[in-house]
Design a protein around this ligand. Structure first.
Ligand code: NAP
Length: 346
């Protein structure tokens, strides 16, 4: 299949944002679809995900996507259909999750880490951005491997209505946990925590007194904190730890827009020692060896109706910059992604 006579859209990095990224930081261009090359797979993009860390790619702040010169294709992972390939791990027709970049077609191979992986063919392709992909794995690794979740844990989750957070209560319960409380911004999101994401209690940090709510819901303290936001809320939780508590540092979105000197300085850190507690971060890319097993597990939970993905999808590659900005404005509920195209009928 040669599509090089066709044009495709791509988003290029135009400037480095100081605050929340928007369209002015990108250029939308039209270029020819790449020609297939031996040893590679030509793929058609179906969905692209956005993640808070992309702001840091744009600012050259991460090791794994830097240097990113201005004018480069915006990096990002997504779900795609393999159109032409001679790669044994990327068979023609397969639906794969891979590092595609913000474009409608891509020429990929297995040289990037994590390597592309094939998605279960019986589930919606969009789940390859969220529940049965890196978002679901992040929630699973954070709870099971880092948080060592236990049945008796009193669990608190920040960023609970976001992509990762929307999976945490359900996965915690599948792993045997009892009650899970989520923190999110706004009454609609908090309602969704209770109705669609299996949280038992919700705290609206934008409209409620968080101290009061935590005093009421955790009178004896917190055993497990799954943290997506960092900053003063993490400090607050550090002051409320029970003995042998665990804090999972998944992310710190409340700090990503701040310069180093303006980031929160923690006053309750010593409580980790006092309570014989631990705080541990992790990076989902480092868990690549267990992706096949974890994806099989997550897919099974979705099929059984135990894990119910909440997806927030906009239509068309043109919406990517807005989708990324939405994460920082708090406009998404569940996994924010963009539907870019449909599979070719074979
Ligand atoms: N460790 C890993 O390997 C790994 C992998 C993936 C993601 N992450 C991290 O996990 C976290 C969640 O990622 P995600 O992709 O699922 O994104 P996400 O949670 O969907 O991020 C967007 C949400 O973050 C919240 N938010 C935005 N600004 C905030 C602020 N200043 N204070 C508090 N909350 C704020 C908003 O929810 P509200 O409206 O409720 O405020 C927003 O809807 C991020 O920190 C990300 O960097 C880590």
């Amino acid at each position: 299949m040669n599509l090089s006579h066709m044009k495709q859209k791509q988003w290029l990095l135009a400037s480095r944002p100081e605050g929340i990224p928007d369209r002015t930081h990108f250029d939308l261009v039209e270029v020819p679809v790449p020609e297939w090359e031996p040893g590679k797979a030509l793929v058609k993009t179906l969905y692209l995900g956005v993640a808070p860390v992309m702001l840091r790619y744009m600012r050259n702040e991460t090791e794994f996507e830097s240097p990113l010169p201005l004018g480069s294709l915006m990096p990002g992972r997504g779900v795609a259909q393999v159109l032409r390939s001679d790669c044994p791990t990327l068979p023609e027709g397969a639906i794969v999750q891979a590092r595609l970049g913000w474009q409608e077609y891509a020429l990929i191979d297995a040289s990037h880490r994590p390597a592309p992986f094939i998605l279960p063919s019986d589930l919606p392709a969009s789940h390859g951005i969220g529940a049965v992909s890196l978002t679901g794995i992040t929630a699973l690794v954070g709870l099971r491997d880092i948080g060592l979740v236990r049945a008796t844990d009193r669990i608190l989750v920040s960023g609970a209505a976001g992509g990762v957070g929307s999976h945490v209560a359900e996965i915690a319960k599948i792993l045997g946990a009892g009650s899970v409380t989520g923190i999110a911004g706004g009454p609609e999101k908090c309602a969704k925590l209770l109705t669609s994401m299996h949280y038992d209690e919700a705290i609206d940090y934008k409209n409620e007194d968080v101290d009061e709510a935590l005093n009421k819901l955790f009178p004896e303290g917190i055993d497990l904190y799954f943290d997506n936001v960092g900053g003063p809320l993490l400090d607050n939780v550090l002051g409320r730890l029970r003995r042998r508590a665990r804090i999972v540092i998944c992310g710190a979105i409340s700090e990503y827009l701040k310069d180093k000197e303006n980031r929160h300085r923690f006053i309750n850190l010593q409580n980790l020692g006092r309570q014989d507690a631990k705080m541990e971060g992790f990076f989902v890319f480092d868990y690549e060896a267990q992706y096949p097993d974890d994806i099989a597990l997550l897919a099974q939970w979705v099929r059984e109706g135990q894990l119910n993905p909440v997806e927030d999808i906009s239509q068309g590659i043109e919406t990517l910059p807005d989708a990324l900005g939405d994460l920082y404005f708090g406009r998404n509920t569940g996994v924010r992604m963009v539907h870019v195209g449909d599979p070719v009928q074979r």
